[in-house]
Ligand binder design. Structure first.
Ligand SMILES: [Zn+2]
Length: 336
Protein backbone atom coordinates (compact mmCIF):
# COMPACT_ATOMS: atom_id res chain seq x y z
CA UNK A 1 0.00 0.00 0.00
CA UNK A 2 1.40 3.38 -0.94
CA UNK A 3 1.36 6.27 1.50
CA UNK A 4 -0.56 9.52 0.88
CA UNK A 5 2.34 11.48 2.44
CA UNK A 6 2.21 14.35 4.92
CA UNK A 7 0.01 16.55 2.75
CA UNK A 8 -2.38 13.65 2.23
CA UNK A 9 -2.54 12.95 5.93
CA UNK A 10 -3.28 16.61 6.53
CA UNK A 11 -6.15 16.44 4.07
CA UNK A 12 -7.46 13.24 5.59
CA UNK A 13 -7.44 14.82 9.00
CA UNK A 14 -9.20 17.88 7.63
CA UNK A 15 -11.95 15.96 5.88
CA UNK A 16 -12.65 13.52 8.69
CA UNK A 17 -13.91 11.43 5.80
CA UNK A 18 -16.25 8.65 6.87
CA UNK A 19 -15.78 5.81 4.47
CA UNK A 20 -17.38 2.39 4.47
CA UNK A 21 -15.24 1.60 1.45
CA UNK A 22 -11.86 2.28 3.02
CA UNK A 23 -10.82 -1.34 2.73
CA UNK A 24 -11.54 -1.17 -0.99
CA UNK A 25 -9.64 2.06 -1.55
CA UNK A 26 -5.91 1.37 -2.03
CA UNK A 27 -4.77 4.82 -0.90
CA UNK A 28 -7.75 6.24 1.00
CA UNK A 29 -6.93 9.71 -0.24
CA UNK A 30 -10.18 11.54 -0.79
CA UNK A 31 -10.03 15.30 -1.13
CA UNK A 32 -13.24 17.20 -1.61
CA UNK A 33 -13.39 20.43 -3.58
CA UNK A 34 -14.31 22.17 -0.35
CA UNK A 35 -11.14 21.00 1.43
CA UNK A 36 -9.02 22.05 -1.54
CA UNK A 37 -10.53 25.56 -1.36
CA UNK A 38 -10.23 25.65 2.42
CA UNK A 39 -6.55 24.70 2.21
CA UNK A 40 -5.87 27.31 -0.47
CA UNK A 41 -7.76 29.87 1.61
CA UNK A 42 -5.62 29.10 4.66
CA UNK A 43 -2.45 29.33 2.58
CA UNK A 44 -3.57 32.69 1.19
CA UNK A 45 -4.30 33.90 4.71
CA UNK A 46 -0.87 32.82 5.89
CA UNK A 47 0.92 34.51 3.02
CA UNK A 48 -1.13 37.63 2.55
CA UNK A 49 -2.38 38.50 6.02
CA UNK A 50 0.09 39.34 8.76
CA UNK A 51 -2.66 40.87 10.91
CA UNK A 52 -4.37 38.94 13.72
CA UNK A 53 -7.62 38.28 11.83
CA UNK A 54 -6.29 35.47 9.61
CA UNK A 55 -8.41 33.79 6.94
CA UNK A 56 -11.96 32.67 7.65
CA UNK A 57 -13.34 29.39 6.32
CA UNK A 58 -15.22 29.85 3.07
CA UNK A 59 -18.88 28.94 2.79
CA UNK A 60 -19.79 25.72 1.06
CA UNK A 61 -20.66 26.59 -2.53
CA UNK A 62 -23.85 24.82 -3.56
CA UNK A 63 -25.21 24.61 -7.09
CA UNK A 64 -28.93 23.81 -7.02
CA UNK A 65 -29.54 22.45 -10.51
CA UNK A 66 -33.15 22.12 -11.62
CA UNK A 67 -35.48 23.07 -14.47
CA UNK A 68 -37.50 20.05 -15.56
CA UNK A 69 -39.77 17.39 -14.13
CA UNK A 70 -42.32 14.92 -15.46
CA UNK A 71 -46.06 15.60 -15.27
CA UNK A 72 -46.07 13.80 -11.92
CA UNK A 73 -43.81 16.34 -10.25
CA UNK A 74 -43.31 20.07 -9.83
CA UNK A 75 -39.69 21.22 -10.09
CA UNK A 76 -40.61 24.89 -9.62
CA UNK A 77 -42.10 24.19 -6.20
CA UNK A 78 -39.58 21.58 -5.05
CA UNK A 79 -36.57 23.65 -6.09
CA UNK A 80 -38.01 26.77 -4.43
CA UNK A 81 -38.37 24.88 -1.15
CA UNK A 82 -34.91 23.32 -1.46
CA UNK A 83 -33.41 26.75 -2.12
CA UNK A 84 -35.27 28.23 0.84
CA UNK A 85 -33.94 25.61 3.25
CA UNK A 86 -30.38 25.55 1.93
CA UNK A 87 -30.12 29.35 1.84
CA UNK A 88 -31.40 29.67 5.40
CA UNK A 89 -28.22 28.02 6.66
CA UNK A 90 -25.25 30.35 6.93
CA UNK A 91 -23.03 27.41 6.07
CA UNK A 92 -24.04 27.47 2.39
CA UNK A 93 -23.77 29.88 -0.51
CA UNK A 94 -26.46 28.75 -2.93
CA UNK A 95 -26.66 29.39 -6.66
CA UNK A 96 -29.71 28.17 -8.52
CA UNK A 97 -29.11 27.02 -12.10
CA UNK A 98 -32.17 26.39 -14.28
CA UNK A 99 -31.81 24.19 -17.36
CA UNK A 100 -33.55 24.84 -20.67
CA UNK A 101 -37.21 23.76 -20.69
CA UNK A 102 -38.30 20.39 -22.01
CA UNK A 103 -37.62 20.10 -25.72
CA UNK A 104 -35.55 23.29 -25.89
CA UNK A 105 -32.01 23.53 -27.25
CA UNK A 106 -29.44 22.16 -24.79
CA UNK A 107 -26.39 22.79 -26.96
CA UNK A 108 -25.29 25.72 -24.76
CA UNK A 109 -25.99 23.94 -21.47
CA UNK A 110 -22.64 23.44 -19.74
CA UNK A 111 -22.77 24.43 -16.03
CA UNK A 112 -19.47 25.31 -14.31
CA UNK A 113 -19.58 22.40 -11.90
CA UNK A 114 -15.91 22.81 -10.99
CA UNK A 115 -16.64 26.19 -9.33
CA UNK A 116 -18.79 24.48 -6.66
CA UNK A 117 -18.33 22.12 -3.74
CA UNK A 118 -21.60 20.26 -4.17
CA UNK A 119 -24.41 19.99 -6.71
CA UNK A 120 -27.95 19.45 -5.41
CA UNK A 121 -29.81 17.89 -8.31
CA UNK A 122 -33.57 18.35 -8.52
CA UNK A 123 -33.95 17.43 -12.16
CA UNK A 124 -36.05 14.90 -14.08
CA UNK A 125 -35.96 15.60 -17.78
CA UNK A 126 -34.12 15.82 -21.07
CA UNK A 127 -30.66 14.39 -21.64
CA UNK A 128 -27.64 16.64 -21.29
CA UNK A 129 -25.06 17.19 -24.03
CA UNK A 130 -21.97 15.02 -23.91
CA UNK A 131 -19.80 17.96 -22.81
CA UNK A 132 -21.98 18.59 -19.73
CA UNK A 133 -22.05 14.88 -18.90
CA UNK A 134 -18.28 14.61 -19.10
CA UNK A 135 -17.75 17.68 -16.90
CA UNK A 136 -20.23 16.35 -14.38
CA UNK A 137 -18.48 12.97 -14.28
CA UNK A 138 -15.13 14.72 -13.80
CA UNK A 139 -16.60 16.91 -11.05
CA UNK A 140 -18.06 14.09 -8.95
CA UNK A 141 -15.32 11.61 -9.78
CA UNK A 142 -12.71 14.21 -8.81
CA UNK A 143 -14.12 14.82 -5.33
CA UNK A 144 -17.18 17.02 -5.84
CA UNK A 145 -20.31 16.34 -3.83
CA UNK A 146 -23.70 15.34 -5.24
CA UNK A 147 -27.14 15.30 -3.65
CA UNK A 148 -29.88 13.49 -5.59
CA UNK A 149 -33.43 14.42 -4.56
CA UNK A 150 -36.50 12.22 -5.13
CA UNK A 151 -37.41 12.01 -8.87
CA UNK A 152 -33.89 12.94 -9.94
CA UNK A 153 -33.31 9.20 -9.81
CA UNK A 154 -35.86 8.80 -12.62
CA UNK A 155 -33.47 10.60 -14.99
CA UNK A 156 -30.71 9.55 -17.35
CA UNK A 157 -31.26 5.77 -17.52
CA UNK A 158 -28.99 5.74 -20.58
CA UNK A 159 -26.05 7.38 -18.73
CA UNK A 160 -23.95 4.63 -17.05
CA UNK A 161 -21.84 6.99 -14.93
CA UNK A 162 -24.93 8.74 -13.55
CA UNK A 163 -26.45 5.39 -12.60
CA UNK A 164 -23.26 4.57 -10.70
CA UNK A 165 -23.43 7.92 -8.91
CA UNK A 166 -26.98 7.41 -7.66
CA UNK A 167 -26.53 3.67 -7.06
CA UNK A 168 -30.11 2.79 -7.94
CA UNK A 169 -32.98 4.52 -9.72
CA UNK A 170 -36.45 3.91 -11.09
CA UNK A 171 -38.71 4.44 -14.09
CA UNK A 172 -37.45 6.32 -17.16
CA UNK A 173 -36.62 3.09 -19.00
CA UNK A 174 -35.35 1.08 -16.03
CA UNK A 175 -36.90 -2.36 -16.49
CA UNK A 176 -36.52 -5.73 -14.78
CA UNK A 177 -33.06 -6.24 -16.25
CA UNK A 178 -31.71 -2.85 -15.13
CA UNK A 179 -29.19 -3.99 -12.54
CA UNK A 180 -29.98 -5.17 -9.06
CA UNK A 181 -32.65 -4.16 -6.59
CA UNK A 182 -31.45 -3.12 -3.18
CA UNK A 183 -33.12 -3.34 0.19
CA UNK A 184 -32.50 -4.05 3.84
CA UNK A 185 -33.03 -7.62 5.05
CA UNK A 186 -32.04 -9.29 8.32
CA UNK A 187 -29.83 -6.44 9.41
CA UNK A 188 -27.86 -5.94 6.22
CA UNK A 189 -28.02 -4.77 2.63
CA UNK A 190 -29.42 -7.30 0.19
CA UNK A 191 -29.07 -7.11 -3.59
CA UNK A 192 -31.59 -8.99 -5.70
CA UNK A 193 -31.81 -9.92 -9.37
CA UNK A 194 -35.43 -11.05 -9.11
CA UNK A 195 -38.05 -9.45 -11.42
CA UNK A 196 -39.89 -6.26 -10.56
CA UNK A 197 -39.27 -2.67 -11.52
CA UNK A 198 -39.91 0.55 -9.63
CA UNK A 199 -43.21 1.31 -7.95
CA UNK A 200 -44.49 3.17 -4.92
CA UNK A 201 -47.54 2.83 -2.73
CA UNK A 202 -49.91 5.82 -2.46
CA UNK A 203 -48.64 8.77 -0.43
CA UNK A 204 -49.03 8.26 3.29
CA UNK A 205 -47.32 8.93 6.61
CA UNK A 206 -44.68 6.25 7.23
CA UNK A 207 -41.92 5.32 9.62
CA UNK A 208 -38.29 5.88 8.69
CA UNK A 209 -35.71 3.65 10.37
CA UNK A 210 -32.06 4.63 10.77
CA UNK A 211 -29.70 1.87 9.57
CA UNK A 212 -26.31 3.58 9.93
CA UNK A 213 -26.51 5.48 13.23
CA UNK A 214 -22.79 6.37 13.28
CA UNK A 215 -22.79 7.94 9.83
CA UNK A 216 -22.26 11.74 10.05
CA UNK A 217 -25.60 12.46 8.37
CA UNK A 218 -27.49 10.21 10.80
CA UNK A 219 -25.55 10.70 14.04
CA UNK A 220 -27.85 11.79 16.86
CA UNK A 221 -31.09 11.26 14.93
CA UNK A 222 -33.78 9.02 16.43
CA UNK A 223 -33.71 5.38 15.36
CA UNK A 224 -37.32 5.72 14.19
CA UNK A 225 -39.24 8.80 13.12
CA UNK A 226 -42.44 9.58 11.28
CA UNK A 227 -42.37 11.21 7.83
CA UNK A 228 -45.53 12.76 6.36
CA UNK A 229 -47.50 12.04 3.20
CA UNK A 230 -44.72 10.96 0.84
CA UNK A 231 -43.99 8.19 -1.66
CA UNK A 232 -41.94 5.15 -0.66
CA UNK A 233 -39.86 4.61 -3.76
CA UNK A 234 -39.60 0.83 -4.04
CA UNK A 235 -37.76 -1.75 -6.16
CA UNK A 236 -35.21 0.78 -7.36
CA UNK A 237 -32.55 -0.90 -9.49
CA UNK A 238 -29.12 -0.12 -10.82
CA UNK A 239 -25.40 -0.86 -10.51
CA UNK A 240 -25.81 -0.61 -6.70
CA UNK A 241 -22.05 -0.28 -6.23
CA UNK A 242 -20.45 1.34 -3.16
CA UNK A 243 -23.87 1.99 -1.60
CA UNK A 244 -24.43 2.31 2.13
CA UNK A 245 -28.06 2.38 3.19
CA UNK A 246 -28.56 5.07 5.82
CA UNK A 247 -32.32 4.76 6.39
CA UNK A 248 -35.21 2.63 5.17
CA UNK A 249 -39.01 2.56 5.11
CA UNK A 250 -41.66 -0.09 4.59
CA UNK A 251 -45.23 0.61 3.54
CA UNK A 252 -47.60 0.70 6.51
CA UNK A 253 -50.28 -1.93 5.93
CA UNK A 254 -52.67 -0.13 8.26
CA UNK A 255 -52.64 2.86 5.89
CA UNK A 256 -52.09 1.47 2.38
CA UNK A 257 -52.64 -1.93 0.79
CA UNK A 258 -49.92 -1.62 -1.84
CA UNK A 259 -46.29 -2.14 -0.91
CA UNK A 260 -43.38 -4.48 -1.48
CA UNK A 261 -43.13 -5.71 2.11
CA UNK A 262 -39.44 -4.87 1.86
CA UNK A 263 -37.47 -2.30 3.81
CA UNK A 264 -36.70 0.06 0.92
CA UNK A 265 -33.79 2.53 1.00
CA UNK A 266 -34.85 6.13 1.63
CA UNK A 267 -31.42 7.66 2.33
CA UNK A 268 -28.15 6.41 0.86
CA UNK A 269 -24.41 7.14 0.82
CA UNK A 270 -22.77 6.30 -2.52
CA UNK A 271 -19.11 6.73 -3.48
CA UNK A 272 -18.18 7.53 -7.05
CA UNK A 273 -14.45 7.96 -7.63
CA UNK A 274 -13.30 10.52 -5.07
CA UNK A 275 -16.80 11.97 -4.74
CA UNK A 276 -19.49 11.51 -2.12
CA UNK A 277 -23.15 11.22 -3.08
CA UNK A 278 -26.11 11.68 -0.74
CA UNK A 279 -29.25 10.17 -2.27
CA UNK A 280 -32.63 10.94 -0.72
CA UNK A 281 -35.63 9.32 -2.34
CA UNK A 282 -37.94 11.51 -0.24
CA UNK A 283 -39.54 14.80 -1.27
CA UNK A 284 -42.50 14.24 -3.63
CA UNK A 285 -44.59 17.20 -4.77
CA UNK A 286 -46.74 17.85 -7.79
CA UNK A 287 -48.66 20.72 -9.39
CA UNK A 288 -51.55 20.36 -6.93
CA UNK A 289 -49.26 21.11 -4.00
CA UNK A 290 -48.23 24.49 -2.65
CA UNK A 291 -45.39 25.73 -0.46
CA UNK A 292 -46.89 23.99 2.57
CA UNK A 293 -46.46 20.51 1.07
CA UNK A 294 -45.71 18.26 4.07
CA UNK A 295 -43.09 15.97 2.51
CA UNK A 296 -40.65 18.79 1.75
CA UNK A 297 -41.43 20.72 4.94
CA UNK A 298 -40.90 17.70 7.20
CA UNK A 299 -38.17 18.53 9.70
CA UNK A 300 -36.73 15.07 9.05
CA UNK A 301 -36.49 15.77 5.32
CA UNK A 302 -35.00 19.23 5.87
CA UNK A 303 -32.48 18.03 8.44
CA UNK A 304 -31.21 15.11 6.38
CA UNK A 305 -31.08 17.28 3.25
CA UNK A 306 -28.96 19.94 4.96
CA UNK A 307 -26.73 17.40 6.69
CA UNK A 308 -26.41 15.34 3.53
CA UNK A 309 -25.41 18.39 1.53
CA UNK A 310 -22.71 19.37 4.02
CA UNK A 311 -21.43 15.81 4.20
CA UNK A 312 -21.33 15.40 0.40
CA UNK A 313 -19.30 18.63 0.17
CA UNK A 314 -16.90 18.15 3.10
CA UNK A 315 -17.17 14.63 4.53
CA UNK A 316 -18.26 16.07 7.87
CA UNK A 317 -21.46 17.30 9.51
CA UNK A 318 -21.31 20.22 11.93
CA UNK A 319 -25.08 20.75 12.30
CA UNK A 320 -26.84 19.85 15.53
CA UNK A 321 -30.11 17.92 15.51
CA UNK A 322 -32.94 20.49 15.67
CA UNK A 323 -35.21 20.54 18.72
CA UNK A 324 -38.28 19.87 16.56
CA UNK A 325 -36.96 16.74 14.84
CA UNK A 326 -39.87 14.28 14.52
CA UNK A 327 -40.38 11.34 16.84
CA UNK A 328 -42.23 8.15 16.00
CA UNK A 329 -45.49 9.31 17.57
CA UNK A 330 -46.11 12.36 15.38
CA UNK A 331 -44.83 14.15 12.31
CA UNK A 332 -43.05 17.50 12.59
CA UNK A 333 -43.67 19.96 9.77
CA UNK A 334 -42.52 23.55 9.40
CA UNK A 335 -44.37 26.43 7.76
CA UNK A 336 -47.91 25.11 8.26
ZN1 LIG B 1 -42.87 11.53 -6.73
Amino acid sequence: MSSPGILGLLFEEATGDYSFQDAMCPINFRISNFVKRLFLSLLAGTVLCSCSKGASAPKIKVMLLTGQSSKYHNWELSSALLEKRLSALDLFEVTKVVSPAKGEDFSGFDPEFASYDVVVLDYEGDSWPESARKRFEAFVGGGGGLVSVHATNNSFADWPAFNEMIGVGGWGGRGDDFGRKIHWFNGEVQLLNTPGSAMHPPKHDFEIVTRAPEHPVMKGLPVRWLHPNDEIYSRLRGPAKNVTILATAKADKRKVDKGTENHEPMLMDIRYGEGRVFHTTLGHCNTKDDERVPSLNCVGFITTLLRGTEWAATGKVTQAVPYDFPAIEAVSIRGQ
